[in-house]
Design a protein around this ligand. Structure first.
Ligand code: GLU
Length: 480
């Protein structure tokens, strides 16, 4: 039975890299009929950010990545928050001490600093020197009984190799001589992050560890622990990084790398997930659009990339525009409504707004700028806007058109799209004018700008009779 876990440290918002780790971990479990486990790694209380666990729960749920076991849903391997497991770790460290694979260390910070400085002065990099390894048992016991602070360190072999085989990166090996005797239990009795991570993966029965490649260098050390305990190692699948460009990782400091920021910028969650899924994985064919169910069906480790992925916001935006176009008009309106409100057009005909905006919207935040003219005419527009060669109009023609159209529109019995359409096009035919010659001046007078979503008739319907006539009269006055 495949058991994967997403093990975030609650240190802030959900970065796209974290989101991808969660997604691949989830997809792998689901594709293989396994279990997806959520574990909160909060041993490092100094980095803990209030509310960060809620962001994790909310994001995963929002996207539809439901976990089978986790802090709130429980499970047979709980608790699923490290701080609630804090008493579980010490006995494991003590077991290693009894077996000579770990030892108590009483070196103080001052002593360590002095030795580190001396090493640096000699041009060496400091590595813990196993100073306390061979302390007689009686002395250890005496010092513990006397209340001296201590840590427990792993006794890393002095020679040989620590290695593992990663599914993506292949064989990774380091010389044990380069490894520090890492601290397993800190002076406050709490486990270090690295120790807790290993104990948890083992005791939770995790079969596949999928995570970012920043853990690649620590994994040989983790494996030494598995060996020390004689435990079966999980399969390791480290993901290649997501890059901002060829040289730089997409960092948490790039303010725009957070999932919730993209939502706030008017991206659809389905588009974000689809795009993130393709950052480091491909289905092996030309498909680009995937629902979550399709991702579950298609996902495989073989499709995971061995080289870094470059985050391309233009590609995401293109994909988002595609997702927006596939919405029903009602769904479009539901997403667009907050932006209509912001722009002051929420009271206008939603069907017409959707019709003119949906094909042009790449991200929802573009909407206020596209519709601002509906809420408020820029009275300072230039009469030169009435000039258009193709439509054969200029300020003079425009004046004649507006003089003709205003009384006809005021007399229209009902203000529907159909009625306005029939009237205006009928008038153009009657006058022997191109439709554009009549519609251009009407649209300019209503909009005060040349580029608008929607044409004269749609804009007239959105504005309503009173506002349309007010703007046409204003345009006529402007034309002198
Ligand atoms: N807690 C780690 C993080 O948030 C993940 C470690 C792991 O997956 O093993 O980066």
């Amino acid at each position: 039975m495949v058991r994967t876990r997403f093990a975030p440290s609650p240190t802030g918002y959900m970065h796209l890299g974290n989101l991808r780790s969660a997604l691949y971990t989830f997809l792998y479990a689901r594709h293989n009929g396994g279990k997806f486990i959520l574990r909160i790694e909060d041993t490092d209380q100094a980095r803990y950010v209030e509310g960060a666990t809620d962001v994790i729960y909310r994001t995963l749920r929002d996207i539809g990545m439901n976990w089978d076991e986790g802090p709130d849903v429980g499970g047979d391997y709980g608790p699923y928050i490290q701080s609630a497991r804090k008493d579980m770790y010490l006995p494991y460290a003590e077991q290693l001490v009894r077996e000579g694979k770990a030892y108590y260390c009483f070196c103080t910070k001052e002593e360590l600093d002095a030795r580190r400085e001396a090493a640096t002065a000699r041009g060496e990099t400091f590595k813990y020197d196993k100073h306390c390894l061979n302390m007689p048992k009686e002395e250890v016991e005496r010092r513990i009984a006397a209340g001296e602070p201590y840590v427990i360190r792993q006794n890393v072999p002095e020679s040989g190799e620590a290695s593992f085989d990663d599914v993506i990166y292949g064989h990774i090996a380091v010389d044990c001589a380069e490894l520090d005797d890492m601290i397993l239990i800190k002076a406050d009795g709490m486990p270090t992050y690295n120790f807790a991570n290993v104990i948890d993966d083992h005791t939770m029965g995790i079969t596949h560890v999928m995570r970012g490649n920043e853990y690649l260098a620590s994994t040989p050390k983790y494996n030494l622990l598995y060996e020390a305990f004689g435990w079966e190692k999980p399969t390791y699948i480290h993901m290649t990084p997501i890059m901002r460009d060829a040289q730089h990782k997409l960092s948490k400091r790039d303010g725009d790398a957070y999932y919730e920021d993209f939502l706030a910028k008017g991206y659809l969650k389905e588009a974000i997930v689809n795009y993130v899924a393709l950052l480091g994985w491909n289905p092996g064919d030309e498909r680009e659009f995937f629902t979550m169910d399709e991702l579950i069906e298609a996902f495989s480790v073989e499709g995971m990339s061995k080289s870094p992925a470059i985050f391309d916001v233009n590609k995401l935006t293109w994909m988002n525009a595609e997702y927006i176009r596939r919405l029903t008009p009602e769904e479009f309106t539901a997403h667009a409504l907050p932006y209509y409100e912001q722009a002051g057009v929420a009271g206008m005909d939603h069907a017409v707004l959707a019709r003119i905006l949906q094909p042009r919207t790449e991200v929802f935040t573009q909407i206020p700028e596209m519709v601002d003219f509906l809420a408020q005419l820029d009275a300072d527009y230039s009469v030169e806007l009435f000039t258009n060669k193709k439509s054969k109009t200029n300020p003079e023609v425009a004046k004649a058109v507006l003089e003709l159209v205003i009384p006809a529109l005021s007399a229209l019995p009902e203000w529907t799209e159909e009625a306005v359409h029939t009237l205006l096009l009928g008038m153009a035919a009657e006058q022997g004018m191109k439709n554009g010659t009549l519609l251009w001046p009407v649209r300019i007078a209503m909009a005060g700008k040349q580029v608008t979503p929607g044409g004269a008739i749609e804009i007239a319907v959105l504005l309503g009779r009173e506002e349309t006539l007010r703007r046409l009269a204003f345009g006529l006055a402007k034309l002198g």
